[in-house]
Design a binder for this molecule. Structure first.
Ligand SMILES: Cc1ncc(COP(=O)(O)O)c(C=O)c1O
Length: 393
């Protein structure tokens, strides 16, 4: 029989043990305390119906004259958004996509041929593994090490760069470790990439959510090699339903120009960004600042609660610089999966086990700081009681 399906769609379709247990718990009629919420709408952060209706009422929505790079008005509003972050961006260096995930897919088509490798952080967000598999690209991990803070071993990364990888993926701040790149790390990686003629992809979807640092390093003006910044409305404006992302191309000419021309052809093959999303984006980007403030307040409050509950406790929260997640180190008396299964089964609290993100340390769990505060504090209290009782045994 000839084969019917591609290798790249050969995903493991088996449900993991935590998902199976969650289904059982729900069948019992219980509603677990969910500390994995990453959808800002589910977490209570909504733009008002009036704001949404007004943003979506443009007469432009009745026309169709597509620009493969995205409408210039929308790109100007994205450039203004960068201006509000203190970075000067030319709208001509932007390409719109329908999500950050699609931006990754376009960039892998631009930079890599089937079988080529890209370097990606470990621990990291599992979505990136799926996207690279779908693009027939190998993801080769480089490690983030925890040593008071999460950092990149630059000399190991530089060695990996010499093995012919097509690009380095940086997630700034990384998800779920919540660690920003320092100026030193950024400049060293840029120099190593410039020497080896390697591109940089820099995912900034959580950049706007600093927690432990006041002013993160702004990398945009400091690009020595061809660099692509990825972002979108789903996290930066808490609008996952709008489906709008973008790529900012930076670095030396004439490489930027050629990259933009090639990306235009890739985007033209799909024309995936809807007119309503593009025409609504300028006003939604403006009104998103207030929502981001509210989100930051929630994240900081939950982090403070976490630290308070886990003071002098066998579990501890690792330092978080940014983002929507906290990483919890539990006693290493059993695996992260076992902790997650027991917490769900006996305390009704759902957290992500660290292995989802390929941590190489045992007994780490990941909690969403986006969770409504009362739910969060009840969930963490139950976790703390459970861990204490298990370690006192
Ligand atoms: C680090 C990171 N990058 C990208 C994405 C995907 O973003 P989008 O919803 O814009 O596709 C996510 C989703 O959670 C993420 O965590």
């Amino acid at each position: 029989m000839p084969k019917l399906f591609s290798k790249r769609s050969a995903f493991s379709l088996r449900k993991n043990r935590l998902t199976q247990l969650l289904e059982q718990v729900r069948r019992r009629g219980a509603t677990p305390i969910d500390l994995t919420v990453s959808n800002p709408i589910e977490a209570g952060f909504r733009h008002s119906p009036e704001t949404m209706a007004l943003a979506l009422s443009s007469p432009e929505n009745c026309r169709y004259a597509p620009n493969p790079r995205g409408s210039i008005e929308t790109r100007k509003s994205v450039a203004e958004y960068y201006g509000s972050r203190g970075a000067t961006v030319d709208p001509e260096n932007l390409i719109l996509t329908c999500s950050t995930s699609e931006a990754y897919a376009f960039l892998l088509k631009l930079l890599a041929d089937p079988g080529d490798a890209i370097l990606a952080p470990r621990p990291g967000y599992p979505l990136l593994q799926f996207i690279s598999q779908l693009e027939n690209v190998r993801m080769q991990p480089y490690s983030l090490r925890f040593d008071d803070r999460w950092n990149i071993d630059i000399s190991l990364l530089s060695d990996l760069l010499k093995t012919g990888a097509r690009a380095v993926l940086l997630v700034n701040p990384n998800n779920p470790t919540g660690s920003y790149l320092s100026g030193l790390e950024w400049n060293e990686i840029q120099s190593a990439c410039a020497e080896t003629n390697t591109a940089v992809l820099c995912d900034e979807v959580f950049f706007e959510y600093p927690l432990g640092v006041s002013a993160p390093f702004q990398p945009i003006p400091h690009c020595k090699t061809l660099t692509f910044f990825l972002n979108g409305l789903s996290k930066s404006a808490a609008l996952p339903q709008m489906k709008l992302g973008w790529i900012l191309v930076a670095g030396p000419e004439p490489l930027c120009g050629e990259a933009l021309d090639r990306l235009e052809v890739i985007a033209d093959a799909f024309l995936s960004v809807s007119v309503p999303a593009q025409s609504a984006a300028p006003s939604l980007l403006q009104s998103s600042a207030a929502l981001r403030d509210r989100i930051r307040r929630r994240l900081r409050r939950n982090l403070a609660i976490l630290e308070e509950i886990l003071t002098d406790h066998p579990a501890r929260s690792l330092p978080v610089e940014a983002g929507w997640h906290a990483v919890l180190q539990l006693p290493r008396i059993q695996t992260d999966e076992e902790w997650a299964l027991e917490l769900l089964d006996s305390k009704g609290v759902l957290l992500h086990p660290g292995y989802f993100f390929e941590f190489d340390t045992e007994a780490l769990l990941v909690a969403s700081l986006l969770t409504p505060t009362e739910v969060f504090s009840e969930g963490i209290r139950r976790l703390a009681d459970f861990v204490q009782a298990r370690t006192d045994r």
